[in-house]
Ligand binder design. Structure first.
Ligand code: OGA
Ligand code: MN
Length: 296
């Protein structure tokens, strides 16, 4: 039997929510045949978020599977896997730790145990990542659920006046804060959103694979719709965010050890519930380089 054949049949089970599907019958440690990958890619295009449960991935396995979706993105400075943990040196550059765990008083990863608000990953860069992959190594008994929301549905369901107001506009994506709204090192508050640092992208984008349109909001704080008076920009963004944050567009992942989530940053947003800081949550994460944002 060739190495790349897996004996169980692949089975895609939609969550029943506005996005997301489970992929059953695949062991991500093993080679994945091109035909199997084509099925995964098709499922991802349909469902935006895929969950692979019961996996046993080390960082090499995570990187190998991640690379099937495109070029790995280098981790932000200072957030990589610690070399001292006996991890392959190569993982240091490509695998980020998301964790509240502290060793010797020092956090081993990012994002702590607090809530993170709705966002798209690193859209403040000129080439925002196509995808992120998050793999659960340790999970708290409760809390820390991750919500995903479908920005294609949100776009389609926009009231006509809002759709018209958003169409053809571009927006600044704030590079000064993290997904918890805290300032990154070296950044401070600006009171005028017209001075927010970060990339400018179309508010409505077209998916390069499916051609579908979606709202591309990034994150609310510091956002500014180019060309509008500040008050008008704030009013439009408030209306778009109130619309896009409705629970009807969202589905929540309740983490179990061995879950790998793959999400499409081009057409979905995500957030995370807070959890008890004395519980342990350890995730390893990769990110895939994206393409220029196409206006719809
Ligand atoms: C991320 C992120 C959410 C979580 O890794 O980009 O937003 O559940 N994580 O930890
Ligand atoms: Mn994120």
């Amino acid at each position: 039997m060739p190495l790349d054949s897996q004996t169980t049949a692949l089975w895609i089970q939609p969550t029943g929510g506005p996005l997301g599907a489970d992929v059953y019958g695949i062991d991500l440690c093993r080679d994945i045949a091109p035909s199997t990958f084509a099925t995964l890619a098709d499922a991802w295009a349909r469902h935006l978020v895929l969950r692979f449960s019961g996996q046993r991935l080390d960082d090499d396995g995570l990187m190998r599977f991640s690379r099937m979706w495109g070029e790995l993105d280098r981790v932000p400075l200072g957030t990589g896997v610690e070399k001292v943990n006996g991890v392959a040196a190569s993982a240091v550059d490509w695998v980020t730790v998301i964790s509240n765990v502290k060793v010797g008083g020092k956090p081993i990863g990012g994002l702590g145990s607090y809530e993170s608000v709705w966002h798209t990953d690193m859209s403040y860069n000129p080439l925002p990542p196509r995808a992120s992959l998050l793999y659960a190594i340790e999970c708290p008994p409760a809390g820390g659920d991750t919500g995903f929301s479908n920005m294609e549905l949100a776009y389609d369901a926009l009231p006509a006046d809002l759709k018209k107001a958003a169409e053809g506009k571009t927006c600044t994506h704030d590079s000064s804060r993290n997904s918890a709204g805290e300032f990154r090192r070296g950044f401070k508050a600006v009171s005028d959103p017209r001075e927010t640092p970060g990339a400018v992208h179309p508010l409505v984008r077209k998916h390069p694979v499916t051609g579908r349109k979606s709202l591309f909001l990034g994150r609310r704080v510091g956002a500014y719709v180019q060309g509008l008076a500040v008050d008008d920009s704030e009013a439009l963004l408030n209306a778009l965010w109130a619309h896009a944050s409705q629970p009807k567009f969202a589905w929540y992942q309740r983490w179990r050890i061995g879950d790998l989530m793959l999400w499409d940053n081009r057409c979905s947003m995500h957030r995370r519930d807070a959890f008890d800081e004395t519980a342990r949550r350890v995730m390893h994460r990769t990110q895939i380089v994206g393409e220029p944002v196409m206006a719809a």
